[in-house]
Write a protein of this length. Structure first.
Length: 558
């Protein structure tokens, strides 16, 4: 909760004796900074809400914080003193920062969960930027966050790439980024699938029985894929604390299922498979072990949940996985609950929608998937062209660094500005625009401030600046937004909604640009100039911190 909101709540409680006070933000600035709806409070006190709001006007007088109060029907509108709003907000941002108390709770975040048969694609990129931003937000508000990954490195889909390489690879070493090299064989297999159906099943059987030749090929190709995938992780800022591999745990899930069978939670069917009946819960019946005693995804996921709890004793485990797996996680969590695991209530599926390109849906087997690396290269190339036009004298080294910062920022911001549950079309050219609702638009506001501060060339000490001079409409608009930064972080973290931060940064950048075009800074008289410099310095700090929460860097110049 922001400082001013808490202060107003405390003042109302003191003057009314109420235990609970909820404030609202009025629909327009003419109605004050905060509004107190008197409906439930007046009912609690046995009073008419309209009369109660008038009574509060008489009780709550002007002080260091409150400029005035107004009764508007059943609402008490409260106006904060502009001078105090400016002084406290800017001073606290520049000298104290946005701080949160440490929470004695541990959260695990699982993301992105790649397969080792092909490179990461556009959907993985959205998973990654959501996972990174969610991790940053939860760390910021005081949680201990552990980033975990599940590598899907076994199964029939992995054998597709292996068999194609065995048939056509001729022992070649990768001649390109190694995960792309492996992915080429996954696409190649699809062209010959009908020919090799039997051999594919035989390869899987040999892998599961520990055949040395097949296992050797599997290790080699897995290492290639993982080496390439980690390069992409690095480009997108992924840091994994612990990696779990499907190949190491898939058999262990059977033990959890057999335990559940003994307890009567599961049942054996006539064909010998083991299922769970969740018809009463509206989730149907689910096979957990096939009739040939082979496991499926949910089998390993049961063990993996138990394993992770034993490893970390987490307070919450968040699975960042697309919306197409919603049913899977409902079933998984319900099974763990039925098995009596107390941590089942602390499992959460962070579901997100589909992402498309202007060309439409992607298909892995047909090779029409746009992989994450190609997409990253494209936005960096587009950024480079734009930066080159604007900065003729920039060195190649700085040009490359700036282009990467802007390109990656554009990619991440475009994916994060939407509610995670939304489907949307990713347009690389639109994402890189310096105008509109884009990452470069926010980054450019930051660099513009950087340029003004550099041009001034001296230190701006907010402790020695008359911040109470900042009372114009454009200045107060910015200050209002700055005062809401902490509350915005809390809201985004509590709801697992990074897009709230993205929208806030767009609003702040727009407010700054409006101020910049209307209010002189360096040409203003000295005392007001220093106050405005302190104001934009606070904006720069918040833009930096906000972008950092989204996993986005800020360039020095654009």
């Amino acid at each position: 909760m922001d400082f001013f909101k808490q202060k107003i709540i405390d003042i109302i409680k003191k003057n009314t004796g109420l235990k609970e006070v909820n404030l609202e933000i009025p629909p327009n600035k003419d109605l004050g900074d905060y509004a107190f709806p008197c409906f439930s409070a007046s009912k609690e006190l046995g009073k008419n809400p309209v009369e109660f709001s008038k009574e509060l006007v008489e009780k709550i007088k002007e002080d260091d914080i409150i400029e005035k109060t107004e009764a508007k029907g059943p609402y008490l509108n409260i106006f904060i003193k502009k001078s105090f709003l400016a002084s406290h907000t800017i001073f606290s941002i520049l000298n104290e920062g946005v701080r949160f108390e440490k929470k004695n709770k541990k959260i695990l975040i699982e993301s992105p969960g790649p397969n080792t048969n092909k490179p990461l694609h556009l959907g993985h990129a959205r998973n990654i930027v959501l996972g990174v931003s969610l991790s940053n937000l939860l760390k910021k508000i005081g949680y201990t966050v552990v980033n975990v990954d599940i590598i899907n490195d076994r199964g029939i889909h992995i054998c597709r790439s292996m068999l194609a390489y065995q048939k056509f690879g001729r022992n070649k070493e990768p001649n390109k980024k190694p995960d792309h090299f492996v992915g080429d064989y996954y696409v190649l297999f699809a062209k010959h699938e009908k020919e090799f159906v039997q051999e594919l099943q035989e390869m899987l059987r040999k892998w599961e029985s520990g055949d040395k030749k097949v296992r050797s090929l599997w290790k080699k190709m897995n290492n290639w894929a993982l080496r390439g995938i980690k390069e992409t992780y690095n480009r997108l800022g992924v840091k994994i604390d612990k990696t779990y591999k499907e190949s190491e745990y898939y058999q262990k899930g059977k033990e959890v299922v057999m335990e559940g069978l003994k307890k009567g939670v599961f049942e054996k069917t006539d064909d010998g498979s083991i299922i769970v009946d969740l018809e009463k819960e509206g989730l149907g019946k689910k096979v957990l072990i096939r009739k040939d005693m082979t496991s499926i995804y949910i089998t390993q996921d049961l063990y993996l949940a138990v394993k992770r709890y034993n490893d970390y004793k987490f307070d919450r485990l968040i699975h960042v996985v697309g919306s197409e797996q919603e049913h899977h996680f409902k079933v998984l969590f319900k099974i763990l609950e039925k098995l009596g695991y107390s941590f089942a209530k602390d499992l959460y599926h962070f579901s997100y929608g589909m992402i498309y390109l202007p060309e439409g849906k992607m298909k892995s087997r047909e090779g029409s998937v746009v992989d994450a690396d190609t997409l990253i290269d494209e936005v960096i190339k587009l950024a480079r062209e734009e930066v080159k036009k604007r900065n003729r004298g920039m060195s190649d080294k700085e040009l490359q660094k700036t282009s990467e910062t802007i390109g990656l920022g554009a990619l991440k911001f475009f994916m994060l500005k939407y509610d995670p549950k939304s489907d949307f079309v990713f347009n690389p050219k639109e994402s890189i625009s310096f105008e509109g609702e884009t990452g470069p638009y926010v980054q450019y506001a930051h660099t513009r401030i950087n340029s003004i501060l550099k041009k001034y060339g001296r230190k701006v000490d907010s402790k020695k600046v008359a911040l109470n001079l900042l009372t114009s409409e454009k200045e107060i608009d910015i200050i209002h937004l700055l005062s809401k930064f902490k509350e915005t972080i809390e809201e985004a973290a509590a709801g697992y909604k990074p897009h709230i931060i993205a929208r806030y940064l767009l609003d702040l950048s727009q407010s700054f640009n409006s101020f910049y075009h209307s209010c002189p800074i360096l040409k203003e008289r000295e005392d007001l100039k220093l106050a405005r410099l302190a104001l934009i310095k606070a904006v720069k700090e918040v833009l930096t911190q906000g972008l950092k929460l989204l996993g986005i860097e800020t360039p020095e110049r654009m």
